[in-house]
Design a protein around this ligand. Structure first.
Ligand SMILES: Nc1ncnc2c1ncn2[C@@H]1O[C@H](COP(=O)(O)OP(=O)(O)OP(=O)(O)O)[C@@H](O)[C@H]1O
Length: 226
């Protein structure tokens, strides 16, 4: 019986390094990511988690190595045009339009995407249904994060790049986040998460980036060492 070849990874991070401001932030990173899988990035402040996500989004170029999507370098212009349509980016900059209603903030992105009909369900799922017609400026920090997550659901692209998605969420919000990540993966979606806070993601790969700068001794350390 012929041996079956394993499927190639959807995304291959191949020996990637990244410089910022003349300094190496990431060095020789290798990751294979298949449909339905998840990678959790952890590491100290400044270790390069956001930089890694930015490279995956094509906002920053690797200084060495390559990121392949379906075997093609994402930085090639023709490939990037297609690749970027696969991505859903969630970051601390929430791009919420304060003067629009909560619903319009989701629908606006859905319409830009050429889609319709999922916004209200997504808001309901994230517990914002009763605030749908309020202006977004009324929302608390955690509610803004829930709105961002509702946008992910409404836009419904396969590759999620989530930078600190649980910041400002309460315990129920974190459970919802874990739930929507699990459901997305069941459909074959891919989820990258950079986080300092614990998030339960079943069978996730994890990558802990090394701290870039050794911690300086603080006054407290010096007192303890006496
Ligand atoms: N726009 C930029 N230009 C130059 N250097 C940058 C830029 N953004 C970040 N850096 C540097 O790159 C390094 C990694 O930053 P990055 O934001 O990726 O870390 P992080 O692990 O996400 O940190 P945090 O946990 O604080 O969010 C830091 O030393 C930072 O100073």
């Amino acid at each position: 019986m012929p041996l079956l070849k394993p499927p190639p990874p959807r995304i291959l991070v191949n020996n990637v390094s990244c410089m910022r401001n003349g300094q190496t932030v990431l060095r020789n990173i290798n990751v294979s990511v298949h449909d339905g899988s998840s990678l959790v990035l952890t590491g100290a402040n400044g270790s390069g988690k956001t930089t890694f996500l930015r490279m995956l989004a094509g906002f920053s170029r690797p200084s060495a190595g390559e990121i392949l999507w379906n075997g093609h370098d994402i930085t090639s212009p023709g490939v990037f045009q297609q690749y970027k349509l696969q991505l859903n980016w969630l970051s601390m900059k929430d791009a919420i339009k304060e003067k629009l209603t909560v619903l319009d903030n989701v629908q606006w992105f859905e319409v830009l995407e050429g889609k319709c009909g999922k916004s209200m369900d997504a808001l309901e799922l994230m517990g914002l249904g009763r605030l749908a017609n309020e202006k977004a400026r009324m929302l608390s920090m955690g509610q803004r994060k829930r709105l961002q997550l509702a946008r992910l659901l409404a836009i419904d692209r396969p590759i999620w790049l989530l930078d600190e998605p649980s910041v400002a969420l309460d315990a129920e919000g974190v459970r919802m986040l874990e739930y929507i990540i699990a459901e997305h993966r069941k459909k074959g979606g891919i989820v990258f998460v950079a986080t300092h806070l614990p998030i339960e993601i079943e069978d996730a790969m994890s990558l802990r980036l090394p701290a870039r700068f050794p911690r300086r001794k603080t006054l407290v350390d010096m007192v303890h060492s006496v």
